[in-house]
Design a protein around this ligand. Structure first.
Ligand SMILES: [Zn+2]
Length: 179
């Protein structure tokens, strides 16, 4: 799949198995980038790239998807938890070859959420889920896949967010704006 929301932050997307979850999280607008789920036309444009011809969204779906995105973002941010429990449709299918497959279900937002939760489940079972992280810079929060050997990364980019000089400049600018 393509990851338009993630690659606009000049980031390498997560492995395929977590790419949709990451891309949904990165539809959030950071800096000058717009929120790709701000309205139905832009959300439809994003979906056409990540899940072509699979699903359509109404305005209500969009609201639901944004709420889910916020919850998922909280779940990967240390010290926060989701505001609600989520239920979505999905099927367990036993194939003729004996392989069990989790098939996402539902329509609209529920379908997208079901697809993402299937990735989260696989990521939790395969222990890759904890590598998906929100950047530690509070003004950023872009979601990156930590490829460091000991899973110790905290910045989405060392250059822009992990650089102490940049952070100081950030804070100084904030102070000027707020007071
Ligand atoms: Zn960052």
């Amino acid at each position: 799949m393509t990851s338009p929301a993630t690659t606009r932050y000049t980031l390498d997307p997560a492995p395929d198995a977590l790419a949709l979850a990451q891309d949904l999280l990165n539809t959030t607008g950071v800096g000058t980038q717009p929120d790709l789920l701000a309205d139905v036309p832009s959300a439809t444009g994003w979906l056409a790239q990540v899940l072509p011809d699979e699903v359509q969204l109404s305005a209500t779906d969009l609201e639901d998807l944004r709420a889910f995105r916020a919850d998922l973002h909280d779940l990967i941010t240390p010290g926060t938890s989701a505001t609600s429990v989520r239920h979505t449709a999905a099927e367990l299918v036993l194939g003729a070859d004996g392989v069990v497959e989790l098939r996402p279900g539902g329509g609209g937002a529920e379908y997208v959420i079901s697809r993402v939760l299937a990735e989260v489940l696989a990521g939790q079972q395969g222990d890759t889920w904890r590598r998906l992280k929100a950047c530690k810079n509070e003004r950023c929060r872009v979601v990156f896949y930590d490829r460091s050997r000991n899973n110790s990364g905290v910045w989405h980019s060392l250059k822009t967010c992990g650089n102490p000089a940049n952070l100081r400049a950030f804070r100084a600018r904030n102070k000027e704006v707020s007071g």
